[in-house]
Design a protein around this ligand. Structure first.
Ligand code: G6Q
Length: 547
């Protein structure tokens, strides 16, 4: 493979400068940093697309940031970003362009893959989605027996599930309460069974969402859903066309399933699964919130795209977050990154980011095909506040591990009731403050705590957080927020010199599962696995029948 980045990252003088800097500042306490620089809280902020970022509670100085921006320049972050927006085939291991930005390009300008402008096709699919969503929401789309559709069930997995499932939950306050949307992803039959057990097939419509239309989980669930429908429709195959639509790039397989290809919503190989929320993969979300709100979501994505493309590096939110993440990951020894939204509607946000980040940058081979000798993507996780505070925050406050965290909050609640929101926000601000500044032994003693108990009550502090604040959780805000993280992941992929847009690591397990499935189904299989796998398969075969 042609190498674009011949120098290893460690050999860059800008990397070495950060090594030296980390040795000197690594242990500096946020208490001291705030004391030393009275303008810090004002200076270390940036905003774009309705999002305000306060990054002052990070273990960095102005010099750290300057060195990090030098690294961004040295690794060509701006150059690579521009190549993505130009439609170059930057996904080199799969020889594809990476153009999720075209899906929300609201500029009216062309975006080309090769010589072809992709915008007419993007707009045509969005229009087709809007017509369909309006028909389902308005009751014009009827089931086979003439009943209105009351529930849409999206069947997909990974990128064809997590984005729309997260966003539907996030934007529930904007959603129709007459047409519900559910999501089925797991090949575990329990998922489909539980999501359909209280539904009337005559009022249910399935969206089969699969880029390839070959994914084992999705095709298995789709076949069972079809059987469930047909059992209620007297096995009349003609019912399928009124109860199934498809989102896919594979027209032949969609037709073979029995779906009318007029009810197929296309997308393209330059849309990666985990970056596909703004494509037809967003169809269940559009049914839920309606085409107008979906457009606002696209506006939010676009506003952040424009910011990422045009803002100087030192005021560029995705660049700042990407660099801070790298600072902890590569120089301060942190191996995880927590995302803690203070909004119940964002309860699936971390799950979406987990795929976005870990599937993109969970790589150990650099763009020249060498094993990296530095850390790459972190373990991403999180839960909404305040729930997490009563569970795992203990470790963040007083454990031995450094856990940098993003805290996300909204000034207005979607459900204002009494003083709930002030209490929620008080917790958000309090956590950031406590994590950063902690509580010293003297402060604990001054509270009258017996000296023997003091060590247990001390909070070291110096736990870094980014605070992201927005006015309220709207479709536009959500779009900006997701785009912020998408571009952060992009920036980090460049810093670490890995290909962020492939996911070969998913392959091996898929192939082995296919082989083992045959062995589970065979009468007398000859197992040739390792001793442990063979024994487990035997055990399962012996015990799978009840009785
Ligand atoms: C995402 C990955 C992966 C993919 C699923 C579903 O970036 O490529 O999560 O989305 O494996 O694939 P299909 O859409 O082809 O069913």
């Amino acid at each position: 493979m042609k190498t674009t980045q011949a120098t290893t990252r460690r050999a860059l003088p800008e990397w070495a400068a950060l090594d030296a800097h980390a040795a000197s500042i690594g242990t500096a306490h946020l208490r001291a940093l705030f004391k030393r620089d009275r303008n810090r809280a004002k200076r270390m902020t940036a905003q774009a697309a309705g999002l305000f970022l306060d990054y002052s509670k990070n273990r960095v100085t102005a010099e750290t940031m300057a060195l990090l921006f030098d690294l961004a320049r040295a690794t060509g972050v701006a150059r690579e970003r521009d190549a993505m927006f130009r439609g170059e085939a930057i996904n080199r291991t799969e020889k594809r362009a990476v153009l999720h930005v075209a899906l929300r390009n609201r500029s009216g300008k062309a975006i080309k893959v090769g010589a072809r402008d992709v915008m007419p096709a993007v707009k045509a699919v969005l229009a087709q989605m809007a017509t369909f969503a309006d028909a389902v929401r308005g009751g014009a789309w009827l089931g086979y027996t003439g009943k209105r559709i009351r529930t849409v069930v999206n069947i997909g997995i990974g990128g064809s599930d997590l984005g729309p499932a997260m966003a539907y939950e996030a934007l529930k306050s904007f959603s129709s309460r007459t047409v519900g949307v559910r999501f089925v992803s797991n090949v575990d039959g329990t998922h489909l069974a539980e999501q359909t057990r209280d539904l009337d097939p005559a009022e249910t419509l399935f969206i089969i969402a699969s880029k390839t239309f070959t994914t084992q989980e999705t095709m298995t669930n789709a076949a069972s859903a079809r059987a469930w429908l047909l059992a209620a429709m007297g096995n009349n195959a003609a019912a399928v066309a009124r109860h199934f639509v498809a989102v896919s790039t594979n027209r032949v397989a969609v037709r073979a399933f029995g779906i009318d290809t007029r009810n197929m919503f296309a997308f393209w190989d330059w849309v990666g699964g985990r970056y596909s929320l703004c494509s037809a993969i967003g169809l269940p979300l559009m049914v839920g919130i309606g085409p107008r709100a979906f457009e606002k979501l696209l506006d939010g994505f676009y506003a952040m795209d424009r910011h990422f493309r045009t803002a100087p590096l030192d005021r560029n939110l995705p660049v700042i977050l990407g660099l801070l993440g790298a600072w902890y990951n590569n120089w301060l020894g942190a191996s995880t990154h927590a995302v803690l939204p203070y909004d119940q509607y964002l309860h699936r946000f971390a799950a979406h980011l987990q795929q976005l980040d870990m599937e993109s940058n969970g790589k150990s081979i650099d763009r020249a095909g060498r094993r990296v000798d530095y850390e790459t993507g972190p373990i991403v996780w999180g839960e909404p506040g305040t729930n997490g505070q009563h569970a795992f925050y203990q470790l963040i406050h007083q454990g031995t591990k450094l856990v940098p965290a993003d805290l996300i909050g909204f000034c207005r609640s979607c459900n204002p009731a009494g003083d709930h929101h002030d209490k929620l926000m008080a917790n958000l601000f309090a956590q950031a403050e406590a994590l950063a500044f902690g509580k010293t032994a003297q402060e604990v003693l001054a509270e009258g705590v017996p000296p023997a108990d003091v060590p247990f009550r001390v909070f070291e502090g110096n736990r870094p957080t980014n605070m992201i604040l927005a006015k309220s959780l709207t479709p536009a805000t959500l779009g900006a927020l997701v785009a912020l993280y998408e571009h952060k992941v992009f920036v980090q992929g460049i810093l670490w010199n890995v290909y962020s847009f492939d996911q070969w690591g998913v392959q091996l397990g898929k192939v082995l599962a296919g082989d083992i499935l045959k062995e589970l189904e065979a009468k007398r299989p000859r197992l040739r696995h390792d001793a442990s796998t063979n024994a487990l398969i035997h055990r399962y075969r012996a015990h799978r029948k009840p009785g």
